[in-house]
Design a protein around this ligand. Structure first.
Ligand code: RM4
Ligand code: MN
Length: 384
């Protein structure tokens, strides 16, 4: 039993986002931290530290153009030398002046063409880096009733998505991300999983939905969405983070570890650990140090997964079949209330890692090294 759980935990891969290593903040203030990377190469070096200490974060997501470089093949080779690989390519059609009224749903065809060209460029970058996943998030929407035609915007979205879909190569896919609101405050063109699912369903198997845990209204049952999408073969991955209020992008498992456990239980239940679901982090560390913030987040996902794997599925099935409401609930709670930290420490030691990644990183001297080395230049940041 423990052997199976350990094997599943060893196979779990958590992808960290390049933007988590740069400076970030709110619209009120971006606080600069010491030792922050100055370019995508340094971001990869920091991500490699997270992998070195946890053993389960072997890929890094890029965000274009934040991670624009002259030679993407060279960047991918650099990643490999550091012991990591390039994960999802995240497109960015939300920071150009042209996109004030939308990107792929903009009423102006010239703006739509510009946005589509960027998305296609991201597929070129996938080819150059060997990435198999394109992540599409659109900030598109409207602020006022009547501002634009809701249905026409869906048509424009469908047109762009089908052009991107047609460009995907063998073994490549795109993940369509939804978000309830922000920056648009009245309508959002991809506001929920149902909209994303409908577009992906029309296109085919290379289009799947990505669930960003921070992109729902308060109280939404995210594990239900996960169960449903997995059952339909349409769960492409997660953008993990936690939220108290809106899209807070705090560390996953910090606000609600129980919710994370419930989500991971549905992943385990639906065979999602081995079904090509990408477990990505999409976070910002505004006030906490960035590399330890990522290490802690990776550990939180590991802990929730370990607890989900501990659920006694036979006992649960028996309780459910017998209509034993309290018994079934107790099976889940027993797993959730198990302290899995010793198991994970043991697992790390078995693979030659230190049992406590946070302590190992702190002792490594890496932070002191980058704080001394990375002076001068512009520190990379959200939007940099
Ligand atoms: C969006 C969305 C995307 C991420 C950007 C930075 O809210 O979550 O996944 O790429 O933020
Ligand atoms: Mn996201």
């Amino acid at each position: 039993m423990t052997t199976d759980i350990k094997a599943a935990l060893r196979a779990l891969h958590i992808e960290t986002p390049s933007w988590a290593y740069g400076n970030s903040g709110t619209r009120f203030k971006v606080f600069a931290q010491r030792g922050v990377p100055r370019d995508p190469y340094e971001k990869l070096a920091d991500a490699a530290q997270v992998h070195a200490h946890t053993g389960v974060a072997p890929t890094v997501a890029l965000h274009i153009p934040w991670d624009k470089v002259a030679d993407y093949g060279h960047l991918a080779a650099h990643a490999r030398e550091l012991g990591v690989g390039i994960g999802a390519i995240n497109s960015n059609v939300f920071q150009d002046d042209a996109y004030m009224l939308g990107s792929v749903t903009n009423p102006d065809p010239a703006v739509r063409r510009k946005a589509l060209a960027h998305l296609l460029e991201c597929v070129d970058i996938m080819d150059a880096t060997g990435s198999d996943t394109l992540k599409l998030w659109f900030s598109d929407g409207t602020n006022y009733p009547g501002q634009d035609d809701i249905r026409a915007r869906q048509d424009r979205l469908a047109e762009a998505l089908s052009a991107v879909y047609a460009r995907l190569g063998e073994g490549q896919r795109f993940l369509l991300e939804y978000k309830l609101f922000e920056p648009a405050f009245y309508t959002t063109d991809v506001p929920d999983w149902g909209t994303a699912y409908a577009h992906c369903l029309r296109l085919g198997p290379k289009a799947q939905v990505v669930v960003d845990t921070g992109h729902h209204a308060p109280g939404v049952n995210i594990e239900f969405i996960v169960a449903f999408l997995l059952r339909e073969g349409k769960l492409g991955g997660f953008d993990f983070n936690s939220r108290f209020y809106a899209d807070d992008d705090l560390m996953v498992g910090a606000a609600d570890p129980f919710q994370l456990f419930r989500i991971m239980y549905e992943v385990v239940r639906g065979g999602g650990l081995t079904a090509g679901v990408a477990f990505m982090l999409d976070q910002c560390h505004n006030i906490e140090p960035k590399i330890p913030g990522q290490i802690r987040s990776v550990m939180n996902v590991q802990e929730a997964t370990a607890k989900a794997l501990l659920v006694d599925r036979d006992a649960l099935a028996a309780a459910q079949a017998g209509g034993d409401v309290l018994g079934a609930n107790a099976v889940l709670m027993d797993a959730y209330n198990t302290d899995v930290r010793p198991l994970l420490a043991e697992l790390r030691e078995e693979t030659g890692l230190a049992p406590d990644p946070m302590a190992a990183y702190a002792k490594s001297g890496y932070f002191e090294k980058i704080a001394a080395e990375r002076v001068g230049g512009t520190q990379a940041g959200w939007g940099a």
